[in-house]
Design a protein around this ligand. Structure first.
Ligand code: MN
Length: 294
């Protein structure tokens, strides 16, 4: 019989105070600036969480962030409420709404811009998003850019027993349901909703870096209490995680195999060396990331 053990909790972290990215994204950074977690969260590099916020209607302009570059990693935007329009210099464009995920592989480099979708901006409403930066291994940092528009309908879906709640599988697999995201390294991304008293058993290999963000409600994670806006980071020991909701809860579970390579970040570039960062800045200034109008 295969024996597994419970995963211990390494720490519970809070995000940095809310700041604005452009005039459309009201976010709390959990890492790398909110908490210096370094390689403990690899392959994840950045977590900007935009908790639910009501935007009033506007006709004046589009709220968001104008054209800017990225190289060496992927940006993953999860829409829970509200709607975002995206364009990039590789020619990709799309709108994501509740339940959708946009998985952009910047790799060798793109310019992109992200705005509240025009009709959402016009009517206003609740806006609830997450943006993650996912690192790429050295051998893929200079690949051609790629774009995955993952719709709510494509997500894996698991109904938990005993009316506990349900799981949407964005990447990886849960209880036989697979997520649609293509990833360069093994990653699990689960959007979990639990009813009050509901429970979910989870298990990930101990060498993966695993974390759980509580977006709504209050839970017990392997017996320890975690409340709304807590990020629970697990130790690299043991496998089993059992989450029980003390009240209706909304959770994001991230797990991934770490990339054991040097990380050098400068603004929107994430490479393996200072030299590669200088090259990225040189290429950006030389117009090699393409062109994108405001
Ligand atoms: Mn960006």
């Amino acid at each position: 019989m295969l024996m597994t053990t419970k995963r211990k909790i390494a720490g519970i972290f809070r995000g940095a105070p809310i700041h604005w990215v452009g005039d459309g994204f009201r976010v709390s950074n959990y890492f790398p600036s909110g908490n210096d977690l370094g390689q403990r969260v690899s392959p994840f590099i950045l977590m900007d969480y935009a908790p639910p916020h009501r935007f009033p209607p506007t006709e004046s302009h589009q709220r968001g962030v104008g054209p800017h570059p990225h190289r060496g990693f992927e940006t993953v935007t999860l829409a829970f409420e509200g709607s975002v329009a995206h364009h990039d210099s590789a020619g990709n464009a799309g709108v994501i709404g509740p339940g959708d995920v946009q998985w952009m592989t910047a790799a060798s480099g793109v310019l992109h811009k992200e705005y509240h979708e025009r009709e959402f901006a016009r009517t206003g409403g609740n806006f609830h998003m997450m943006q993650l930066w996912v690192n790429l291994p050295k051998i893929h940092k200079m690949d051609e850019p790629r774009y995955q528009a993952l719709t709510a309908q494509q997500m894996g879906h698991v109904e938990l027993p005993d009316n506990s709640g349900h799981v949407r599988v964005i990447a990886g697999e849960y209880d036989g349901a697979k997520g649609p995201a293509k990833t360069f390294t093994p990653i699990s991304m689960l959007d979990i909703r639990l009813n009050a008293g509901g429970e979910i058993p989870l298990a990930f290999p101990p060498h993966e870096n695993t974390m759980l963000l509580v977006m709504q409600g209050e839970v017990e994670v392997n017996g320890q209490k975690a409340k709304v806006l807590d990020l629970v980071l697990f130790e690299n020991q043991g496998e089993e995680i059992r989450v029980r909701a003390r009240q209706e809860a909304h959770l994001l579970l991230l797990s991934g195999e770490p990339i054991h390579e040097p990380v050098v970040q400068y603004g929107p570039f994430v490479m393996n060396s200072e030299q590669e960062i200088r090259q990225a800045m040189y290429d950006f200034n030389a117009g090699k990331f393409g062109h994108l109008a405001d």
